[in-house]
Unconditional design. Structure first.
Lengths: 110, 296, 385
């Protein structure tokens, strides 16, 4: 995070960190989350989800501050944040990676 | 690492306990704002710490009328325009219930207009969340009592010439004790407003301006939902406590948001009970909060 | 179970039909009434508004009849017995929400104190021209129950029965009084509370995760729960599945509509109520209901004096119609004579069921008054030839 001057309580305040979880197949490509993420962490991906929409993807790692704005503004309940380091989220993200790999494998086989 | 593609379980979404997950995905269009309002309401339910078993939600007919069907509460999908009297019956026959009406602008201020004004007049204890997309969405984009002048719709193809309602003013002048307006963009303020409203009593009215991309914005060439959200961003002004006479919405013009009215007045049931106690004394037997259910 | 004594005004009273109907509702355990004033029914709610505060009941005069019926349809989901009261013009307004109650399968009672119509018609004078509307008034296919009292005593007794039928079959019951009975003052005996049996709301004992609002239990009538008891159920006016969720398909429509009609049609024998006098060996059978039943008896007496063998069938439950009995009698009698204060409504049912085996003669009356018994007698005598 860049500051124009260092806040006096800089050493005491911890900026929260979050992980974004995207339920891609629910997304209908409205781009509200991309537009309004205060940390510009998301873009609309080039991938297609099962409905043919471009879901968002995280392009800036480590910048999510778990503000939950994307979670609140998404009309399709397709995105939410969990605190970084949260074991559920870590599990989720690991599962996502595993699913992706499996999917990629299946794709490769076809 | 990218967090897209297949997630573990949609049920992990924080809103899942408040929704009927077996009915997801919902029917609303891409970039429709109703889903956002539902998320804000679910957040408000969580934060308000109300007994969810005692919250009953009634919706009418229309796009917003489908909200009741998706919420994990005792939910009723009543007839067009009649959500408010239906919810009145629920509340009066079991006073401990928190009756919420969640419906659209056409449903509540068009066909349901009469019930709206009388429930406000009586200060009937209920929370009315009206999602205003300025059009009758479900039926294909007809003119609504809230459609701004010059806006096009399927029944006013040359532009609307009918003066629309100023809903906060209507509610306030009929006697609503809590009147607010927000847009879909004001997610945190809206959720907070709903949370505060859930802990108040009396006729509470929250108007939420929402984008309708498939009909309102398409028929008026305003882009999609995102363009409308950007418009709300640039043109919404927050003016708490302003006189509701001044919050009309003209076509693609300023939208004044805020908490306009927040007062405490006796509700219909308060007045009924205190009146009967005064007039009938010991003879008065009020209906129990658990309701007039006949049982052993 | 026995009713709540707080609502029972035991004793011998001199009441008009409207007041007696109100007393019947209170005696049956009704504790929520929403209504809108309309002559000649207003006295029902006036009576209720006077006594409800003393027994934990809530009466609200809503802003119109549409709101009244919607409030009644909603309030019934709290487990409370609910009722609304109206006459012709209001009955027409209530139709959409009566359809909602039929679709959601909500027990409730709708009292229609019939007056001359159509439209504003004769607000203070009798009619019986809403009988077909009671059955067919709302759009779509559904079945419900309609009853017709002939006296203030019956207005009391049958209102209790109407609530019981509503609970048993989870259906809105149309209580078709007429202005004559409504505004006629007669002796009404109200018994002790422990002599009044009422059918309580049948609640499911399934836990919330197993309960389905429209899963049938063999009888065709699903069990209800109360809003606010934690079941988080959903119900809708759309065609729905067992969970109460909308399902728009041809198959589901077939299942749904057949079930809500079957629950009445397959139980007609338990629901139908008629009173017969001297129908065995009769040449002519008079079929009548409401105030016309009393007038018809006078006509029958006159005809019997002229030597005609006349039987009499009084419809107490008017819908479902006693098709089977009419069909049986049609094979034995020459004709049915159906006097009614309309230009021919229930006679159409009689004619349909008689299927040509016996004539169905209607003795119409456009409304505003009751028949001249001599006219009825004349029709009977001519039918006997």
């Amino acid at each position: 995070m860049r500051y124009w001057r260092k806040p006096l309580d800089f050493d005491q305040v911890t900026v929260p960190r979050g992980e974004v979880v995207i339920i891609a197949d629910r997304c209908k490509g409205c781009a509200f989350c991309v537009e309004y993420c205060p940390k510009d962490v998301l873009v609309m991906s080039e991938d297609f989800n099962i409905k043919g929409y471009h879901p968002p993807e995280v392009v800036v790692d480590g910048e999510c501050v778990n503000c939950n704005l994307c979670e609140m503004i998404c009309p399709d309940f397709a995105i939410f944040c969990v605190p970084a380091g949260d074991p559920v989220a870590v599990e989720a993200v690991l599962n996502i990676a595993a699913e992706e790999d499996k999917f990629a494998e299946e794709e490769a086989l076809n | 690492m990218s967090a897209t593609a297949h997630p573990p379980n949609p049920n992990d979404h924080p809103i899942a306990p408040y929704l009927r997950m077996d009915r997801m995905p919902h029917i609303w269009c891409p970039t429709c704002g109703i889903g956002t309002v539902v998320k804000c309401f679910a957040t408000a339910l969580e934060e308000a710490d109300v007994d969810l078993d005692k919250v009953v939600i009634t919706s009418g007919i229309g796009c917003t009328g489908r909200v009741a069907g998706y919420m994990n509460l005792d939910a009723f999908h009543a007839t067009h325009g009649r959500a408010i009297p239906f919810a009145t019956g629920l509340k009066l026959a079991r006073p401990e219930l928190e009756s919420v009406v969640f419906s659209g602008d056409g449903d509540l201020s068009g066909i349901g207009g009469n019930h709206f004004i009388h429930a406000a007049r009586r200060n009937m204890d209920m929370l009315v969340i009206l999602v205003n997309n300025f059009i009758y969405g479900m039926t294909g984009g007809q003119n609504a009592p809230t459609t701004p002048i010059s806006a096009k719709s399927s029944t006013m193809p040359f532009g609307n010439f009918e003066r629309p309602f100023n809903l906060p003013h209507l509610a306030a002048s009929c006697g609503a004790t809590f009147v607010s307006r927000w847009t879909c963009l004001h997610i945190r303020r809206l959720a907070k407003c709903m949370r505060v409203a859930l802990r108040r009593k009396g006729f509470r009215f929250i108007e939420v301006i929402a984008p309708c991309s498939t009909l309102y914005s398409r028929l008026n060439r305003l882009g999609g939902g995102l363009e409308l959200m950007r418009f709300y961003h640039d043109n919404a002004q927050i003016k708490h406590g302003i006189d509701t006479r001044e919050v009309d919405i003209d076509f693609q013009d300023t939208i004044i948001c805020g908490n306009f009215v927040d007062e405490e007045k006796p509700t219909f049931l308060d007045m009924m009970n205190s009146h009967y106690e005064g007039v009938l004394g010991d003879r008065y037997v009020p209906m129990a909060p658990e309701g007039g259910w006949l049982h052993d | 179970m026995k009713t709540d004594p707080a609502g029972v005004l035991t004793g011998v009273h001199y009441l008009d039909g409207d007041y007696a109907c109100g007393e019947g509702a209170m005696a049956a355990g009704c504790r929520f009434v929403a209504g809108y004033p309309i002559t000649p029914s207003t006295e029902v709610v006036e009576r209720i508004s006077r006594r409800f505060p003393m027994m934990g009941g809530t009466f609200i005069q809503m802003e119109d009849e549409l709101a009244s019926m919607a409030a009644v349809a909603g309030a019934a989901w709290t487990g409370t017995k609910t009722m609304t009261v109206t006459s012709g013009p209001g009955f027409s307004l209530m139709m959409e929400n009566i359809g909602l109650a039929a679709m959601m399968e909500t027990p409730c009672v709708v009292v229609n104190v019939q007056r001359g119509g159509p439209s504003t018609g004769l607000p203070t004078m009798v009619g019986q021209a809403d009988m077909m509307q009671a059955r067919w008034g709302s759009h779509g296919d559904y079945e419900l129950i309609a009853m017709s009292p002939q006296s203030p005593q019956e207005a009391f007794d049958l209102t209790i029965d109407a609530f019981n039928l509503a609970e048993t079959y989870r259906v809105p019951v149309m209580f078709m009084m007429d202005e004559c009975v409504g505004h006629m003052t007669e002796k009404v005996v109200i018994p002790e509370a422990d002599e009044i049996d009422v059918v309580p709301r049948v609640l499911s004992d399934k836990p919330p995760d197993e309960y389905q609002p429209y899963a049938v239990n063999g009888k065709g009538v699903p069990e209800m729960v109360r809003a606010g008891d934690g079941y988080r159920f959903h119900t809708t006016g759309l065609t729905h599945d067992d969970r109460g969720y909308p399902e728009m398909s041809v198959e589901r429509q077939q299942i749904n509509v057949t079930r809500i009609t079957d629950k009445i049609l397959l139980n007609v024998d338990d629901i139908i109520r008629i009173e017969e006098e001297e129908t065995d060996g009769a040449e002519v059978v008079v079929v009548a209901y409401g105030i016309t039943a009393r007038v018809a008896r006078m006509g029958i007496d006159l005809a019997r004096k002229q030597g005609v063998k006349v039987g009499f069938m009084r419809l107490v439950v008017v819908w479902p119609f006693p098709e089977k009995r009419i069909r049986e009698l049609a094979a034995a009698v020459k004709a049915f004579v159906v006097p009614e204060i309309n230009l021919g409504q229930m006679v159409l049912e009689v004619e349909r069921c008689a299927a040509g085996k016996a004539a169905a003669v209607h003795v119409p009356h456009a409304g505003g008054g009751v028949h001249d018994p001599a006219k009825i007698c004349k029709a009977i005598v001519e039918a006997a030839r």
